[in-house]
Each structure stands twice: as C-alpha cells, then as structure tokens.
Ligand binder design. Structure first.
Ligand code: ADP
Ligand code: MG
Length: 705
C-alpha cells in the first residue's frame, strides 16, 4: 500500500564512516525515514512571531528584539568574553554577553549590523542585558516567523537548526495520509497530517499551554493514533493465539496434584486455591494457556506452579520450570525434589553452568521423557534440549516471554500443530492501566492474600553515616537466633550512554565486586566470631550454591550479597535486610529485595541506607518503600515515577512504549480506543494492519511477545 513506509525503510546504515556527525546522530536517534522525522515532536516552542522594543522589555521576560549593533568587542576583564551593545527604535540599549564565542559571532554581530536577538532580559550592571541570546542578521523589513519555532529533543552532535531543517524537509514526504475510517477517530480531532504539521509549526495564535500539556486536539490525535496501534496489536495477537491448539489436560480425581496437596506442610490460602482452579481450567481447554500469575513477594506462587505441573504430569505430559537466575533455579529444584520425588516423580536440573556429564544426563532425562519435570534457567529451552512431551512451561519472575522464547518453546513440543501451555509468574503486579494495554493479550490470575501468620515488614530509611547503629542491630538479631542479609548495589561508574558498552560493563562489574568484598571484609571484622557469608555473580556456581546452602541451614548468620539474591530466595529465618546505597536501586527491585525477609513468623525489618544527597527520584522511591509494603501500590508508584517503558524494562532495548500518550492522563482516550479497536479489527482489518504497521513497524514482533 502506498501509505506504508516500508518502501523507504532502509534502516541498514550505509557505510558509517561516510556520514557526517549530525547524520550519524540522526541515525542513532532512529531518525531515518521521513515518518520517523515527522513523528519526532518538539519538546517545546519558542515564539519568534513577534518583536518587542528594548524599552518595553522587562527583567525576567523572554523576548525577541530587533536593532542595530552599536559596538562589539572582546573584553579581557575577568573572564574573556564577547560583549555587544545594540539599540533599537525605542532608543534604549541592550548588552549581549557571550562567554563562549566564535569568529562567526564577531562577524554577524559587527557594528552597524541589523540583527534579531532572542533571550531572557536580565537586569545587568550596565542596564538590560542578555547572556547567550540566539541571534541572526536580518535585512530591513524581513518578515517575522509565521509560526512558533519548534525546539526538538536532540543531542550535542545534532544541532537544533540542522534537526529543524531535516524535519521540515521530511514532513511533506512522510506518509501521513489517513488510513483509518473517519468514524473511529474521536470527533473534533484534525487529520493526522494536519495534526503533525500543527505540532511542528504551530500557528502564532495557538494556545501554547494546550500544545505543551497535550490537551490540544493535534496532540490528542497523535495520542489516539498511538494508543490505537498498541491496542490493535494486542487484540491481533490474542486472536492469532486463539487459532493455536494445545494439549487438553484435565485434572484427575485422586491424581498427583491431590497427593501433593496431601504432603504439603500447609494448607492453601483461598487465593491460592482460586488461582489453581483458574490455571487448571486453562489446561483443560484446547487453546494454549497464556496466563500471568501475579502475587506479591512471599504470596506462595511456587506451590501453585507445582500443583499446575502436577496436573500436567499426571496426564502424562512433561513440564519445564524456568527461573531467571541459577540461585533461584537451584532453590526451586531443591523444593520440588523434596515435594515430588517421594511421589515418584523424576526431576531433572538444567542450567547454563551445568556442563559435561551433568548436562548430558539432564538432557537425556528430558529427551527420553523419564524426567517429568525439568527445572533450570532459560537454558531449558535452548537449542539442542529436546523434550519427549512438553505440555506445560512455567516461567518464574517474568512478565512476559519474548517472541523468540515462545517460538523456541513451541519447537519443544514435537507433536505437529500443538503448542505447550505457558504460565508466567511475577511478583511485580501489572498496574491496571498496563493490564488493559500492553498486557491485553494475557490472562491474569492474582494471589491477593498472603499465607497466614506473617508480620508486616517495617522499613526504615537511614543515611549511611548511621552504619554503626545498624551493626548493633545485626548483633541483636543474631543473638535472637535470626539471620541477616546485607545487599550491595550494582555500581555503575558512569551514566554516560556514549561509553563503550562492553568496557563499561566490565568496569561496573569490577567496582561492584570490589564494593561487595570490601563490605564483607568490614562486616566480618566488626562481627568477630560470627559467620559472614559472601555471595556475588562472579563466584563459581558450586561455590554460590554452597554459600546459599550454609545460609539456608543457619550456619551463616549473615550474608553479604549483590543482587544475585534479588528474586525468589526463600530463607524464612532471615528477619533483617540491609540494603546499602538503596538510592541506586529501582523501586521494583527494592520491593523484591525486601521480600527476602518477612517470610516467616518473626517480625522483620528492612533498613534502606542511602548516601546523601538524594535526587528527587531517589527520595520518592525511598519514601514509597517506607510508606507501603503493598506490591500493587509500589508498582503504581513505580509507573508514576518512571513511565511504562522503563517500568517494563524496555529502556535497555531502546524501545519506548508510549511516546505521546500517558496511560493515566489519557484515560478517556484509552477508553475510546478500547471501544473502537475490536470493531476496527473486525470490520476493516486492512486499515487496522496498515495503522499498526505505520506506528509499530519493526517493533511489532516485540510487542506481541
Ligand atoms: P513467592 O510467591 O514469592 O514465590 P514462595 O512460593 O517462595 O513465594 O512462598 C513463600 C513462602 O511461603 C515459602 O516458604 C512457602 O513454602 C510458604 N507458603 C506458600 N504457601 C503457603 C501457605 N498457604 N501457607 C503457609 N506457607 C505458605
Ligand atoms: Mg517465587
């Protein structure tokens, strides 16, 4: 179709060396096709549509004036600077001051020149002045700008004027024609082309305020477009999934899952029973389950996973359980072996670090079908691992499985036309707004109740100058027979995105390691006679497992660790968690870490140590942590602080989820979109797919994951 940008899409960068610096910067920002440029919208605007007189301009005002340069010279008093004196028809004088300047400044601002300058008026020593104004030479009577001047988000290598020109030049070529039937577009909104043009070059009389806060109809149109594309793609992937088939697995009375319930040392909570029912109903159906099980840290998701696996295994299918870290996989393995082996189930363990014979054995167990359950890291679905009859895959601590991973999973079930069921589990609940949008193709079960007998965790925030008090607290805890985690942050040496990634990662790792070993040594010294364990990512898996086992057995009262213990680790006797440099952690991460305590009946405390001064975001995060232990509330605030892209960890992949719309602010638009999207998909599938292609293009696969 003519409106699709595909034809112009040559994202393959030409020989990079031949490009100029601004061209390379454009490429880096993903501004390649005319449509990319057209959708790169201004951050704000400058008003160059009017000039005022020097006499009438007041201190603090941002104005444009036009006049003649009377005098200009480089001054050497104090700091070297270029100082220009100008005057206009009002006969008042204005001083322009440049601390950085080039020969081009001196040329354009030479005495006698007619210039237009724009900047903020300051009351200087010598009367009115502007520091670093923008300026240009004009001819008498040169017309003023007829529209507001856009100021685009950019980088140092990409000068604003260059970017402006590139964008203005591409607007006409960008394929912006309407693809949507007019009745789906909310009444009163302009066409897409008109909206984009208005946003880049707003007419002089437009309400700047409405443009900048997104309430202007032109801004609304873009938000609408974006939300619609996202919603359609979710609906489409749900519809696609509905055509797939999966093993129909019905639970059997007196079957394995009932036996497992019989040997558990506790009864299920009402919420656990409910979600088990929801999952078994999916397993019994003909379509592959695509369900997210969310439950706050410590809510008891593992046993729910085990019961779902038991239902599938009882019907003769194999199951895979995947965890994001080896430590967590190890822990799941230990727990599941303990529960299931007495019931005659063979459990195999597979992970990236298990090599040689152990790996060969696990692979043989999976391939022959003798292992009914395979537990491990994501190595479980790697190339080369075969299953005899994989019926259910369970992914712990992950919101969503990527497309590649899903395809890999599908290949593990050798029966043509069938796809394994998929259950994802997460302790980071999805805020309602995201559940309606990015996760619209997922079914969600929620454990909204903690097992009985838990005492809420008390969270305290301290400046790290109060370490000695904390160490005393540790002594008390140990004297009472309980255990302590001390978590050290991942240290990023610099936030500089230009840093060579690999070198950066290496340095960060070395610093992190240094910090965790130093902390360990210091604690071991101040706590003589007390076992202080050390755990970090660079240790050999066997050593990690050994330290973890000693901590779990209570032999080591204190464990100093990096975030390798972030998710899932379950040692109910631990009752004090100290997180140092808590300001460097994300909110979801802090919540996960805190969830390592408060898992038993002892009252637990989480101490967040920070190094002052705190940034605004840092302050907000620590405040949120101190104020609530409710994972839903934490997730909501996290979304507020970071926005959806970062919430979902999309920043690393360079993908932004929403560029224009805001799920909270634009709730009315979202409601409209949710209403029209299914109709559009049903009645005008061609328009729907053209729309999605324009907006999501290459991101589409990723969105569907
Ligand atoms: P999470 O949801 O964070 O993965 P886990 O599955 O690790 O939580 O469970 C946390 C702890 O609670 C474990 O020690 C688990 O054995 C225990 N547990 C789970 N369900 C119950 C229950 N219904 N009653 C008592 N303890 C439970
Ligand atoms: Mg867990």
């Amino acid at each position: 179709m003519s409106n699709q940008p595909v034809a112009e899409d040559s994202r393959e960068p030409a020989a990079k060396a031949e490009l100029s610096a601004p061209q390379r910067a454009l490429l880096r920002l993903g501004l390649v096709r005319p449509i990319d440029l057209a959708l790169h919208l201004p951050l704000r605007y400058e008003d160059e549509t009017q000039v005022t007189t020097i006499a009438r301009s007041r201190t603090g005002e941002k104005v444009q004036v036009e006049g003649v340069v009377v005098e200009s010279r480089v001054e050497l008093r104090g700091r070297r600077q270029f100082v220009v004196k100008m005057t206009d028809e009002s006969q008042a004088e204005l001083v322009l001051r440049f601390l950085n300047f080039y020969p081009s400044h001196q040329k354009t601002l030479a005495p006698g020149q007619l210039v237009r300058v724009r900047g903020e008026i300051r009351g200087g020593f010598l009367g009115r002045e502007m520091v670093h104004p923008t300026f240009k030479a004009v001819t008498p009577g040169a017309p003023l700008a007829s529209s507001l001047t856009p100021v685009y988000p950019t980088t140092a290598q990409l000068p604003q004027p260059y970017l402006r020109k590139a964008i203005a030049g591409s607007l006409g070529r960008a394929p912006l024609q309407e693809v949507l039937p007019p009745q789906v577009v909310p009444a009163g909104l302009p066409s897409l082309r008109a909206a984009v043009e208005t946003l880049h070059h707003p007419p002089a009389d437009v309400s700047l305020h409405a443009l900048e806060d997104g309430s202007h109809p032109a801004a609304q149109r873009l938000k609408f477009e974006e939300l619609l594309a996202q919603q359609i793609s979710q609906l489409a992937s749900r519809a696609e999934r509905a055509l797939l088939r999966a093993p129909e697995i019905a639970p059997r009375a007196g079957g394995l899952h009932e036996k497992l319930l019989g040997v558990l040392p506790f009864g299920l909570t009402g919420a656990q029973r409910r979600v088990v029912d929801e999952i078994t109903a999916d397993l019994a159906g003909p379509r592959p389950m695509h369900r997210l099980l969310q439950g706050d840290v410590g809510a008891g998701k593992t046993v729910v996973a085990a019961l779902a696996a038991a239902v599938a295994m009882d019907a003769g299918w194999q199951c895979a359980l995947m965890a994001p870290t080896e430590i967590l996989a190890e822990q799941h393995f230990a727990k599941l072996v303990q529960w299931l082996e007495p019931l005659g189930i063979e459990v195999a363990r597979l992970s990236g670090s298990r090599k040689g014979k152990a790996r060969a054995k696990a692979m043989a167990q999976a391939a022959s079908g003798s292992a009914r359950l395979v537990v491990g890291t994501h190595a479980v679905i790697q190339e080369g691992v075969e299953f005899a009859r994989l019926g259910l895959a369970i992914v712990d601590e992950q919101h969503r499985f990527g497309v590649q991973q899903r395809l890999a999973l599908r290949r593990k079930l050798a029966i043509e036309g069938l796809e394994p069921h998929l259950l994802m589990m997460t302790a980071t609940p999805i805020p309602r707004t995201l559940a309606m949008t990015y996760f619209a193709d997922l079914d969600v079960s929620t454990i909204d109740e903690l097992p009985p007998g838990r005492t809420p965790i008390v969270t305290r925030v301290f400046a790290d100058t109060r370490r000695p008090e904390i160490v005393e607290r540790i002594r008390d805890e140990i004297a009472a027979g309980r255990q302590v985690y001390w978590v050290c942050p991942l240290i990023e040496e610099s936030e500089d995105a230009e840093n060579a990634a690999a070198e950066h990662a290496g340095k960060a790792e070395a610093l992190t390691l240094q910090n965790v070993t130093d902390t360990h040594a210091a604690l071991a010294e101040t706590l003589p006679g007390i076992g202080v364990g050390l755990l970090h990512g660079r240790m050999k898996p066997a050593d990690k497992a050994a330290v973890m086992a000693r901590f779990k057995a209570g032999e080591l009262p204190v464990l100093v660790a990096t975030t390798v213990i972030e998710v899932g680790v379950d040692v109910p006797n631990a009752s004090l968690m100290v997180i140092e440099h808590a300001e460097r952690f994300g909110l979801a991460q802090l919540h996960q870490l805190r969830g390592r305590v408060g898992r038993g009946s002892a009252a637990s405390v989480c101490v967040l140590l920070y190094a002052p001064p705190l940034s605004m975001i840092g302050k907000e995060r620590l405040k949120a942590m101190a104020e609530t232990t409710d994972g839903f509330e934490i997730a909501r605030r996290d979304l507020q602080i970071r926005g959806p892209g970062e919430f979902m960890g999309a920043r690393q992949s360079g993908d932004q989820l929403l560029r224009f719309a805001d799920l909270e602010e634009d709730a009315p638009l979202l409601a409209h979109v949710r209403q029209v999207a299914p109709e559009l998909l049903a009645r005008a599938p061609g328009a729907a797919s053209a729309h999605v292609e324009r907006w999501l293009g290459g991101k589409l696969e990723w969105m569907k994951a």
